[in-house]
Design a protein around this ligand. Structure first.
Ligand SMILES: NC(=O)C1=CN([C@@H]2O[C@H](COP(=O)(O)OP(=O)(O)OC[C@H]3O[C@@H](n4cnc5c(N)ncnc54)[C@H](OP(=O)(O)O)[C@@H]3O)[C@@H](O)[C@H]2O)[C@@H](O)CC1
Ligand SMILES: Nc1ncnc2c1ncn2[C@@H]1O[C@H](COP(=O)(O)OP(=O)(O)OP(=O)(O)O)[C@@H](O)[C@H]1O
Ligand SMILES: [Mg+2]
Length: 368
């Protein structure tokens, strides 16, 4: 609450400075380039620092104890919807990350071509070869196959604590139509949905799929964020006042949570903005966003249990479990990336980071 107030005060003072100024935007830009850039960067850093959240406290609060009375599934049953002819790595990274953090079960719903490949990476994952791409489906069979796909997913849907839609999904129109329908069903059942990768391509062009759904998380990278801002706010990305723009974007999509990935990860649910800048890694190998999506799915499921059990007595200032899950997922990924980089340096790849997820969580919230 106090964080939110500080942030609003910060925004109000920033807005009044801009309004009071008679210097046009272009001139302000030139002034910054010539002389004011150091001052400006300093102010940006200060603004971000004031939004920085104590992620370790969040992780400790929401990570459940390993209690012998709990049964399989209670620590999380996650499903990734993704994996097609081109991409088999991304859904694997997301699903295995969920397990390595502590979920009990992790499923992947992918195309028939991708399934044997993903299964061969790991026997730990439950892989459903149910999705179809256009090249495999005659026009006359599309409607019956779409119903079949949906029926296959529906059999499982109610058991999931969270869906991750998009890692390695591809952009085939028929496949995306089926996934839209899966999202509508998940939404009707109040299942949280983390949307990443090609799921963001789908949602950016069909905002009604998530608009007003408070259990949706969008995790855009720089490209995906740019497309979302252009579509929703009809403007360009504003690096000068990134938190304010993110807040407006989340509000405009009806209170979904957005985790905007970058040097600092910024998180907003349209009500508040948080920043996670825990030191990560200078390596930008592909797949780190996929780890993040699987991690957020587990942590938000744990955060929902925590908030429910604490019955408003949680000592965390933020009470939105979706935001808490994003904070925890971002911090753990960054810590794991930092550990992996300290061992592997330039040869660090996504698998190395996944191997460090367990230790990263253990350092903050020991299992016993
Ligand atoms: N090991 C793996 O399996 C990994 C797989 N990954 C998976 O890759 C997918 C894309 O994610 P990404 O991060 O490359 O997307 P992003 O930064 O917007 O694109 C960069 C540029 O590429 C282009 N472009 C992208 N997709 C396109 C398409 N289908 N068809 C045509 N163009 C496409 C795009 O062009 P634009 O759309 O801007 O015109 C932009 O210029 C996603 O499913 C992700 O999960 C990653 O998670 C990494 C590890
Ligand atoms: N410039 C950066 N400096 C430090 N960390 C970064 C930077 N950019 C991204 N990250 C970290 O990497 C994570 C993944 O972000 P990234 O932009 O690589 O996602 P992505 O492009 O979706 O990844 P993927 O290759 O899995 O699709 C972020 O959560 C963030 O912690
Ligand atoms: Mg990505």
């Amino acid at each position: 609450m106090r964080d939110g107030m500080n942030y609003r005060i910060l925004l109000d003072s920033a807005k009044s400075c801009i309004l009071a100024s008679s210097v046009p935007r272009r001139q302000q830009f030139l002034i910054r380039c010539v002389g004011g850039s150091i001052d400006h960067r300093h102010r940006d850093m200060q603004a971000l620092r004031s939004l920085e959240v104590d992620s370790q406290t969040v992780i400790r609060a929401i990570t459940p104890a390993l209690d012998p009375t709990r049964h399989k599934g209670q620590a999380g049953n996650i499903a990734v919807i993704g994996g097609c002819r081109e991409y088999t790595g991304a859904p694997y990274f997301a699903a295995i990350s969920a397990l390595k953090i502590g979920a009990d079960l992790s499923h992947v719903f992918c195309t028939k071509d991708a399934a044997p490949v993903i299964k061969s990476y790991s026997p730990e994952l439950i892989v459903h070869p149910v999705l179809e791409e256009s090249y495999n489906v005659g026009e006359e069979h599309k409607s019956s196959i779409a119903s079949k796909v949906l029926a296959e997913v529906d059999k499982w849907l109610e058991r999931f604590d969270c869906l991750v839609v998009g890692p390695g999904l591809g952009r085939d129109p028929f496949l995306l139509d089926c996934v839209s329908e899966i999202m509508r069903h998940a939404r009707r059942s109040n299942i949280p949905i983390v949307i990443d990768g090609d799921g963001l391509f789908l949602v950016t062009n069909n905002l009604e799929l998530v608009s007003g759904y408070a259990l949706a998380v969008l995790t855009p990278n720089v490209n995906e964020y740019k497309r979302l801002v252009q579509k929703v706010l009809s403007s360009e990305v504003n690096d000068i006042d990134a938190p304010q723009q993110l807040l407006s974007l989340a509000k405009q999509i009806g209170g979904v949570t957005i985790l905007s990935k970058g040097n600092s990860d910024l998180i907003s649910d349209g009500d508040t903005v948080k920043s996670v800048s825990v030191y990560g890694s200078p390596r930008r190998c592909g797949g780190q966003g996929d780890i993040l999506s699987g991690s957020v799915a587990v942590f938000l499921s744990w955060a929902r249990q925590h908030i429910l059990a604490a019955d408003s007595n949680s000592n965390l200032s933020c009470k939105n479990p979706i935001v808490l899950g994003c904070i925890a997922g971002s911090a753990i990924l960054r810590k794991a990336a930092s550990l992996a980089f300290s061992n592997k340096k330039r040869s660090t790849v996504t698998g190395d980071i996944i191997e460090c997820l367990g230790r990263s969580l253990e350092d903050i919230s020991p299992a016993c």
